[in-house]
Write a protein that binds this ligand. Sequence first.
Ligand code: IMP
Length: 335
Amino acid sequence: MYVDVVLGLQYGDEGKGKVTHYLAKKEKYDYVIRFNGGGNAGHTIYHNGKKVITHHIPSGVLHGIPSVIGPGCVVNPWAFFAELSELEEAGIECRHLIKIADNCHIVTNDHVASEVAESKVGTTRTGNGPAYSSKYARTGLRARDVAGLAKYTVDFFEEILDKDDPDLCILAEGAQGFGLDIDFGDYPYVTSSHVTLGGLMLCGFDPESIRDVYGVAKVYETYVGTKEFQDYDNDTLAMIASAGKEYGATTGRLRKVNYLSHELLYKSIKVNHPTHIVFNKLDILRELNEWKVINAVGVIEDLQSEERFCAEVETFVKDINPLVRVIFSDSPEHL
Ligand code: IMP
């Protein structure tokens, strides 16, 4: 069995969907799986000229690949069925492809209501945190307990892990990003799941089955939430937000923007061990001709040209892992 994984190296919204789509078209995967998060993730898809946003459903279904919402995820059944209907209205037939691990935890209406009442860190208000609270308090409901989901549930161990097929190939689609990880992120301004390679391993895969790890970042950073992140007097950052159309796919909120931080990259590379790093949205900095980074000692440094920017970022990353392949890329074309 081989597992490739796509992970966010920053605060989510790095353009993981673009990389996932590319891989799903290029490689022959038997399954696409999600392993963390739930309705808080947002993935924008353009299909036959229609914009569709998925939250729970792995993007493998767009390529006709069986897809599993894996253990480690939380599922809101109402939102799940709404997404299925939306995909069908856009001409994407996927009911026969989508499965839910029967040990996924359920986001109930009470979870959503309690979060709306007390969201301090600027959450997506999808009930994500309260659902994980119930899971760890051992008071939660699982997908296998919900009759309406019976057609979709599978035992993840039997469906995937126990298959004796050396050629079985899986793509794991991470949600959110390293800076939002429950343990490595800036607590409490984090999400409630494990977003790192470790989060994938909790699904039960053999460590030796992990093949390629695609870490995805933007050439600047964005974050949505209540912590201080952006210097609002900085016109360049405001211009980057506007040129990069930095609005959240789940909540429509304006994302806060900052320059590429070497410190966050350093940690996320050390923890996730990527074999490839894709830096997206180079076209946005090119449009503005702005090439600043926050260097390893926390100081804003102007690298002045695209050439120098790319060369210095690549050198920084290769000093951490000389074998990593670095790819600079423009904004996702309509997927
Ligand atoms: P929650 O995951 O809804 O509990 O939100 C916790 C934090 O994670 C907030 O700052 C959210 O804005 C952020 N967050 C959660 N999911 C995403 C995502 O998919 N993209 C960007 N930020 C996210």
